[in-house]
Design a binder for this molecule. Structure first.
Ligand SMILES: C[S@@+](CC[C@H](N)C(=O)[O-])C[C@H]1O[C@@H](n2cnc3c(N)ncnc32)[C@H](O)[C@@H]1O
Length: 233
């Protein structure tokens, strides 16, 4: 049976290359751990589940920790470090809402690492929040309020949007919650396509939600954000 991508490719008259065989890797998986994927996360809790499952269960039983979203089998790895796979060994890499958690230089190194470990014809697919959409929403509120008479304008709508940016998106939450939970970069289609191309990927393009060269992308893609895919030549 053909995949959605193959059917779309056929319709558009495009040849859709099959993925090479080999492991498929889900970087920064969080609670999204589909079967058939190597699920990787670098949080402290994923370390506990990966290296001390019994202790994790005990701490949950004692009421000291909430039940973990991670399951045994998770691979703990800090993605700012070299990826733990050989050159040309991986068929596909997916990362949903992860790249924005890195400083730009770290994201560049990680994208280069993805190219190193992918096989020829292997696919990297990234999904990140779209900066354009965020600021379009801000501008839409701004122009709506600006069109009103000055005495009825509501500045609190703009304040909420700006506050969301600083408090929920960019500001480091205190203490143990800080790992990877705030954004350090904001992408748009032009920057993200450029990042892939700077790292030597080919056939780089923005993709619709769920449409991919990766056949079972529906098993792990959750957000209809900015999605870009490229192929290792
Ligand atoms: C917003 S969650 C996304 C989870 C999941 N991929 C999804 O689509 O819902 C970001 C994930 O990236 C992980 N992460 C952030 N920085 C990381 C790093 N340096 N190394 C490994 N994982 C990291 C976090 O632990 C978290 O699980």
């Amino acid at each position: 049976m053909s995949t959605v991508a193959e059917r779309l490719g056929d319709r558009a008259g495009l040849a859709v290359r099959a993925l090479p065989s080999g492991p498929r890797v889900n970087l920064g998986c969080g609670p999204v751990m589909p079967k058939g994927w190597v699920n990787v996360d670098g949080s402290r809790r994923s370390w506990l589940v990966a290296h001390a499952t019994g202790l994790d269960r005990l701490l949950v039983r004692l009421g000291l920790l909430r039940a973990s979203a991670f399951r045994p089998g998770i691979v703990h790895h800090d993605l700012r470090r070299r990826l733990p796979w050989a050159d040309d060994s991986i068929a596909a890499i997916y990362a949903g809402e992860v790249w924005e958690h890195f400083e730009y230089e770290d994201a560049l190194r990680l994208t280069q690492e993805c190219r190193r470990v992918l096989k020829k014809g292997g696919v990297l697919r990234l999904c990140v929040p779209d900066g354009v959409e965020f600021w379009e929403n801000y501008l839409a509120i701004f122009f709506e309020e600006q069109a009103r008479e000055p005495h009825v304008r509501d500045a609190s709508r703009l304040r909420r949007h700006v506050q969301m940016y600083f408090d929920d998106i960019c500001t480091r939450p205190p203490g143990l919650k800080s790992f990877g939970h705030f954004h350090k970069w904001q992408y748009d289609e032009i920057q993200l396509v450029d990042l892939f191309e700077r790292c030597g990927f080919q056939d780089v393009a923005r993709k619709p939600f769920g449409v991919s060269r990766i056949p079972d992308i529906g098993a792990l893609e959750r957000s209809d954000f900015l999605i870009v895919e490229g192929v290792k030549p």
